[in-house]
Design a protein around this ligand. Structure first.
Ligand code: DX5
Ligand code: ZN
Length: 222
């Protein structure tokens, strides 16, 4: 089983973005997690295309773009052109989710759907075979540094049941309040991709924290 660590650049120092990107490049991290917030779908505004372009210029690892925006269809093409490798949209933001998933794939990107804490996994039943990734939000989206919601473990289990025999290669990604204290338990529950912002960037040694997270998922340390 391959486990993926995806540091969220939302928690990076934007005055020293190049330095933080370089740290991730040199680290054991697998992806860059890029959180785009529009101030409508979530009560916060993060950044858009110019920052994505800056990350793309220096990043040597895939960009995992998490769109916390309404009407994502309007921008999918531009995010793909801007360097996204994966695009994840929110179930709650898509009236025509099937169409949105097809748009992401047609743009050449891998397709993901994110679920807010209140959204049950079984609502994905009719699109699950089309997806590359499901992102289970373990906090309410909008901000870094929030407290992990415990019901996430049950949702991971529900998702494992849903993909059985249908799409067993689907990546189960967890986002929000993930850190050294819960990553091993999340991996045993069945998650295989882990977003972390605060746990990495607020630690004394981000690269070492990434390395520890990686080790905990692969079971080398506990
Ligand atoms: C929250 C974002 C997350 C956030 C995670 O809305 O989707 O990716 O950066 O931050 P932490 O790891 O600090 O909870
Ligand atoms: Zn995110």
């Amino acid at each position: 089983m391959k486990y993926i660590i995806a540091p969220s650049i939302l928690s990076a120092d934007f005055g020293n973005l190049q330095r933080d990107i370089e740290m991730i490049n040199q680290s054991e991290a697998d992806w860059f997690h890029v959180d785009v917030m529009d101030g409508v779908f979530v009560p916060n505004i993060s950044f858009g295309f110019p920052v994505l372009a800056a990350v793309k210029r220096s990043a040597t690892k895939p960009l995992d773009v998490h769109l916390m925006i309404v009407e994502p269809d309007k921008y999918i093409q531009e995010f793909a052109k801007g360097g996204a490798d994966r695009i994840t949209v929110h179930y709650e933001a898509c009236t025509h989710l099937h169409r949105t998933i097809q748009l992401i794939k047609a743009s050449g990107c891998k397709a993901g759907v994110a679920l807010n804490p209140h959204t049950p996994v079984n609502l994905l039943q009719d699109v699950i075979a089309d997806l590359d990734l499901v992102l289970i939000m373990s906090v309410n989206p909008g901000f870094g540094g929030q407290q992990f919601i415990h019901n996430t473990y049950k949702k991971i289990q529900d998702l494992k049941v849903l993909i059985r025999g249908v799409n067993e290669d689907l990546i189960i990604e967890v986002d929000g309040g993930v850190g050294l204290q819960n990553i091993a338990t999340l991996a045993s529950a069945g998650a295989n991709a882990f977003v972390a912002g605060n746990a990495i960037f607020a630690s004394g040694n981000p690269a070492e924290t990434i390395s520890k997270m990686k080790s905990l998922t692969t079971g080398r340390i506990n």
